[in-house]
Write a protein that binds this ligand. Structure first.
Ligand code: GLV
Length: 379
């Protein structure tokens, strides 16, 4: 058995330009390779409290209940739902792709009554249709994906929280692929629950999920009758993160290296500022879209104003398979673009220019190599 852990031949020149994880900076990778530290203790609490402060900045929130937990973005979504909703209660899941479908499934597994809605016209949901559904079904929570990386939609959210609150409904969002790359103002937009993860525009690595809960959401967490499973108990984890007065030094063993890396990625974001980072993602996305259009690619999302800035899915040209294009790009250039998920499997490729990879030269590189790959695949 060889000790080689990846087949990447040139570690300086490989590019994760799919839906994530994205590459992270040398600074983040250095942080990852620090010595693990022992929980509980002063050192781990220091990094935890710094990550919490940085997350408040990234989410633009003053929510006390802001924390990271140890699992994937999906784990964060599951934690958010099962800590705030009891079985048999009604929630609406606004489904615009794979991630919405997943949350609906999480809800059903918890025996929550899940009402799935889809947009009346292809594209983002209008607030009118969302309000109509809330009026009709009286859910305790509306879940919507901010950035649907499976289809490339960027759902507007400003004003939606106030609509939900008129009906005593919480607003929960999936911001996994938008945090740090597209504007998101948790407090100003009255969002009750936001879930994200480090490995996209937040410049860290997979293995954590980031969560924030408004005071209304915390009230609900305290009130639900069916307690969450041990590992997903947000109130207990909030005690480790000292979100409220109580501080428990230990609940489970956090991977301190991941926390160090997360802190470094979030610090990079703070140093750059959210507004500069988001503007940069938007500018690069536009450049990418125009290049893809010139190459003849068709977008799932037709209106540029509805498109996500971090991940762009486009249809594969007729008779070109995902496998062939992917093989060409990875073996020849170590360029990793993403495949389609769910009903889009084998129909699209997904290009992510985000986080540390949000750089002009990478947009150009992706476009040049894609053009080459198309010629190769058409032969
Ligand atoms: C992951 O977030 C993906 O969209 O594949």
């Amino acid at each position: 058995m060889s000790s080689e852990i990846t087949s990447i031949s040139d570690k300086e020149n490989y590019f994760l330009v799919g839906p994530g994880p994205a590459n992270c900076s040398p600074r983040v990778l250095t942080a990852l390779s620090s010595y693990p530290i022992l929980p509980p203790g002063y050192q781990i609490f220091k990094v935890i409290s710094e990550v919490k402060q940085l997350l408040k900045y990234a989410f633009q929130t003053q929510n006390d209940a802001t924390l990271a937990i140890q699992n994937s973005g999906t784990g964060g979504l599951e934690a958010a739902i099962i800590n705030t909703v009891d079985p048999k209660e009604v929630i609406i899941v606004a489904v615009n792709g794979y991630w919405g479908e997943r949350v609906a499934e999480i809800g059903r597994l918890r025996e929550i009554t899940v009402i799935e809605i889809v947009p009346k016209k292809p594209g983002v949901f209008t607030f009118e249709e969302l309000e109509e559904a809330i009026k009709k079904h009286k859910p305790v929570l509306l879940f919507i994906t901010h950035g649907e990386s499976s289809t490339g939609l960027l759902q507007p959210l400003k004003g939606l929280g106030n609509i939900c609150h008129k009906y005593n409904c919480l607003l929960a969002i999936d911001a996994v692929v938008t945090l740090g790359g597209c504007p998101l103002f948790v407090d100003d937009w009255s969002i009750d629950i936001a879930v994200s993860a480090p490995q996209k525009a937040a410049r860290g690595l997979p293995g954590l999920s980031y969560l924030t809960f408004s005071p209304k959401a915390v009230k609900r967490i305290r009130a639900i009758k069916t307690k969450p499973p041990f590992y997903y108990n947000i109130l207990k984890l909030c005690d480790v993160w000292k979100c409220f007065d109580q501080h428990s030094p230990y609940y489970y063993t956090f991977n301190s290296n991941l926390l160090y890396a997360a802190r470094e990625g979030l610090l990079e974001l703070l140093e750059e500022t959210l507004s500069v980072s988001c503007d940069k993602h938007k500018k690069l996305a536009k450049r990418l879209w125009s290049g893809l259009e010139k190459l003849g690619f068709e977008f799932i999302v037709k209106k540029p104003e509805d498109r996500l800035w971090t991940v762009t899915p486009v249809y594969l040209p007729p008779n070109i398979s995902w496998a062939k294009i992917n093989e060409y790009l990875t073996t020849k250039y170590q360029l990793f673009v993403g495949c389609g998920l769910g009903s889009y499997e084998n129909k699209i490729i997904r290009i992510g220019i985000m986080g540390y990879n949000a750089r002009d030269e990478l947009v150009q590189r992706v476009l040049d190599k894609l053009q080459e790959a198309l010629l190769y695949c058409q032969k």
